[in-house]
Design a protein around this ligand. Structure first.
Ligand SMILES: C[S@@+](CC[C@H](N)C(=O)[O-])C[C@H]1O[C@@H](n2cnc3c(N)ncnc32)[C@H](O)[C@@H]1O
Length: 208
């Protein structure tokens, strides 16, 4: 199964699955890294059913939620209803349908390990930031749990932090920081391949 089909299929269960994988502490760590403040506009890339978007709305931001899976965005729409300060867009992380300098923050939680080209996605996420805007990526450290590829359709088996820091710097971001979130992403194999526990990093940088 390819990634889009996988997420279209699991969309109705994603919130329950996500709760088993990682906690709200991940998004709080991301918001702290961004210094996210009310009244600003953020893009949530690979937004899924709205884990990051929900936290941003609670903090008083407006959100453009982008995901390649219409089914995941559909779940988010149902959850937040018509009055929410969210714009929903089906789209690809590597070719975002937003103008240069559109948003104050870009967040991507657990999306980078699904994209075809992580450096291209990071360049694109940087392009849509306003000057002084911040990109924050929360994702998996490198691991060797192959069942996350075969059962969860992951494209990359996590990342080495120096690579991620280099991609942010090459995209033109400054004040690049990368640190531990302080919690693992946990998943049990449905095919008898054991249990994964993978540490999560938070990477951030500012556009000049
Ligand atoms: C692991 S889920 C994370 C969803 C959400 N960010 C969360 O934390 O619950 C990854 C999401 O990224 C989306 N995705 C994967 N590759 C993508 C791409 N190239 N462009 C846009 N979205 C993508 C998937 O459809 C899925 O909704």
């Amino acid at each position: 199964m390819e990634s889009r089909q996988y997420f279209d299929t699991v969309a109705p269960q994603w919130d329950n699955l996500r709760e088993g994988f990682f906690s709200e502490a991940v998004r709080e760590r991301a918001f702290d890294a961004a210094g996210a403040v009310a009244g600003k506009i953020a893009a949530d890339i690979g937004a899924g059913s709205g884990f990051i978007t929900e936290g941003l709305l609670k903090r008083g931001l407006r959100v453009i939620a982008i995901d390649r899976s219409g089914a995941m965005l559909g779940e988010m729409k149902k959850k937040f209803g018509p009055g929410a300060a969210v714009e929903y867009r089906v789209g690809e992380a590597e070719s975002l349908s937003l103008d240069d300098g559109s948003v104050e923050y870009v967040f991507a939680n657990m999306c980078l390990h699904h994209v075809e080209s992580p450096p291209a996605a990071i360049r694109e996420m940087t392009r849509i930031l306003k000057p002084c805007g911040r990109l924050v990526i929360t994702d998996l450290d490198r691991h060797d749990f192959d069942f996350l590829r075969t059962e969860h359709c992951d494209r990359w088996m996590g990342f080495d932090r120096p690579d991620v820091a280099r991609w942010l710097a090459e995209a033109g971001l400054v004040d690049v920081k990368i640190d531990c979130v302080g919690e693992n992403c946990c998943a049990a194999s449905q095919g008898g391949c054991g249990e994964a526990a993978v540490s999560i990093f938070v990477a951030s940088g500012m556009k000049i």
